[in-house]
Design a protein around this ligand. Structure first.
Ligand SMILES: *[C@@H]1O[C@H](CO)[C@@H](O)[C@H](O)[C@H]1NC(C)=O
Ligand SMILES: *[C@@H]1O[C@H](CO)[C@@H](O)[C@H](O)[C@H]1NC(C)=O
Ligand SMILES: *[C@@H]1O[C@H](CO)[C@@H](O)[C@H](O)[C@H]1NC(C)=O
Length: 519
């Protein structure tokens, strides 16, 4: 999917507010929700205890009030002829059952019900579930997986522990149904049915899942897919639907076929590049010596891999030292913790619940990591060395963290529009992307138009030009995206280099293909 310009604008412009390009729970949020789930489970246990307490109470009462009845067993007539027996019976019938009705009506586990009701406010909301489901769908489609493979955690040749249950599968199936992706919905419904057994039927019933509903939805999907015989047989095999089968089939057949497909699609080239089956083009490994640069570079030349010459895309290996990476990550982690601390559970937490970790370097506050700090200076020097561009001290870098399903759909980095930043600095002439960890399971950067894939490996820097040579025309072939992460985490740091700083390097600068250039 190529992002519509308006969406792209929001993503790029808002980037500085650290609302990032992927949607994930922070670790702190995840911990919080796990803990909440634990509390709610415990609360349900307590509720069961209260019910049991009452059940035992009821049993003691039954035992007590059945005593006279037991004594009369078999000798009823004789028993009742004794007034000391008939009086208690009349009294008992008149009084006790009224009190017992009151007792039965008395609510049980009210505290636990209240606790649950209160906590419902803090639970994830529908849109969050949709986004989590989208992450599943994105991974399934980018990597071309069946529902069965996902349920078994078999993704791209690696084996993950999977905990997907019938309830999860049903939720995913419903998402696909809503998006109009019927074949995928049918696949997930079949697996839902398969995972349901009689053992958990009464649990599923409470949690909104019944075989009957699954079968009906599946039959509807199969009919839409033209598999009417399968649909018919499926309904027939369900005892409580067998009789209604012809009516249901009529209903399903009458539905319009090929309805709206709202499911987002990605270009085939993007998916193809992301998959492990992609075979990379051979690249040239060069060493770049920069004699005009720092003396350091003379003795330690940079290892450069030429990915593409048009557009210019290169990778530098082993650039950012372990120590610097650790420092960047340490800074971003504490930043994220800080964000979490000021959030109270509830609505405020939700505002940020899905942003990837986004952190801007240098920090605005003045400390050793500010614009004059050694870490920032170190990064600046590296970027100067590898890009050959003029990098001013207004240069910011954004640290990004992608987790399960985290991705960035194919897009170009240039703005091509009039914004404060483009009026002041020009457009983004080039991009540098530092990989801060090894992310072997998804997370590669791909250029679909070039059929190029750059795996995320610690210490590497990817660098490319967004604008063409002397004309500064937009280079649409720089279209690139980040493949969805399906295991672990990807950490990266991006920096965008702007045009006007390069004025003296490239005196031929002209407006290129921007007719009303940013005035
Ligand atoms: C899967 O779970 C088992 C047991 O909980 C654990 O030992 C193993 O490391 C897990 N595997 C992965 C890939 O997470
Ligand atoms: C070497 O680095 C300097 C400054 O960083 C830059 O101006 C110059 O273009 C680079 N030289 C080469 C050959 O890349
Ligand atoms: C830049 O924006 C103009 C005006 O909206 C549009 O016509 C042009 O196609 C855009 N160029 C690129 C490369 O996106």
């Amino acid at each position: 999917m190529i992002w519509p310009q308006s969406v792209l604008l929001v993503l790029l412009v808002s980037a500085k507010n650290a609302r990032s390009t992927s949607f994930h729970l922070s670790d702190a949020d995840k911990d919080y929700l796990m803990e909440l789930d634990e509390q709610l489970s415990y609360n349900l246990f307590e509720y069961a205890d209260k019910l049991e307490e009452k059940a035992q109470h009821v049993q003691r009462i039954v035992k007590e009030i059945r005593q006279p009845l037991k004594a009369a067993k078999g000798i009823e007539e004789e028993y009742l002829s004794n007034p000391l027996h008939s009086f208690p019976l009349i009294r008992h019938l008149y009084e006790d059952w009224g009190y017992l009705e009151e007792f039965m009506k008395r609510p049980v586990g009210q505290d636990q019900k209240n606790f649950l009701k209160e906590k419902l406010q803090e639970l994830p909301i529908y849109s969050e579930v949709v986004e989590a489901t989208e992450a599943i769908a994105r991974i399934q489609h980018t990597y071309g997986l069946t529902a069965f493979e996902m349920i078994n955690g078999h993704i791209e040749g690696i084996q993950l522990n999977s905990t997907l249950t019938a309830l999860d599968c049903f939720a995913i199936a419903k998402y696909y149904l809503k998006s109009g992706k019927i074949d995928a919905a049918a696949d997930w419904l079949k697996n839902t049915k398969h995972l349901m057994s009689e053992d958990n039927e009464e649990v599923h019933e409470v949690l909104g899942l019944s075989v009957r509903e699954v079968v009906m939805l599946l039959a509807r999907c199969l009919t839409q897919l033209g598999q009417t015989d399968e649909a018919f047989n499926l309904l027939k095999s369900q005892p409580d639907l067998a009789e209604k089968t012809p009516d249901l089939m009529d209903l399903y057949m009458a539905q319009p076929k090929g309805s709206k497909n709202l499911f987002p699609t990605w270009s085939k080239a993007y998916s193809a590049c992301c998959r492990s089956s992609h075979t990379p083009n051979p690249t040239r490994l060069l060493c770049r010596y920069n004699s005009t640069s720092t003396p350091f570079l003379k003795i330690a030349p940079l290892k450069m891999e030429e990915i593409s010459l048009d557009p210019y895309v290169v990778v530098y290996h082993d650039v950012l030292a372990e120590r610097a990476i650790a420092e960047v990550l340490r800074l971003s982690e504490t930043k994220v913790e800080a964000v979490k601390v000021v959030q109270s559970p509830g609505t405020i937490r939700r505002e940020n619940v899905r942003s990837a970790l986004g952190f801007w370097l240098p920090e605005l506050g003045e400390d050793i990591n500010g614009p004059n700090g050694p870490l920032y200076k170190h990064i600046q020097n590296i970027v100067r060395d590898i890009t050959g561009f003029v990098i001013g001290n207004e240069q910011y870098y954004q640290v990004l963290k992608y987790e399960f399903g985290g991705h960035y759909s194919p897009h170009c980095d240039f703005f091509n529009m009039s914004l404060q930043i483009t009026r002041e600095e020009g457009d983004r002439i080039a991009t540098v992307l530092f990989y801060l960890n090894d992310a072997p399971h998804g997370g590669a950067t791909v250029f679909p138009d070039l059929m190029v894939k750059v795996p995320a490996q610690k210490g590497k820097v990817l660098f490319w030009h967004n604008l063409r040579g002397e004309t500064h025309d937009f280079d649409v072939k720089t279209l690139h995206g980040a493949c969805p992460v399906f295991h672990g985490t990807k950490l990266a740091m991006a920096g965008w280099i702007y045009e006007y700083n390069q004025m003296f390097l490239k005196p031929t600068l002209r407006q290129g293909d921007r007719p009303n250039a940013y005035t």
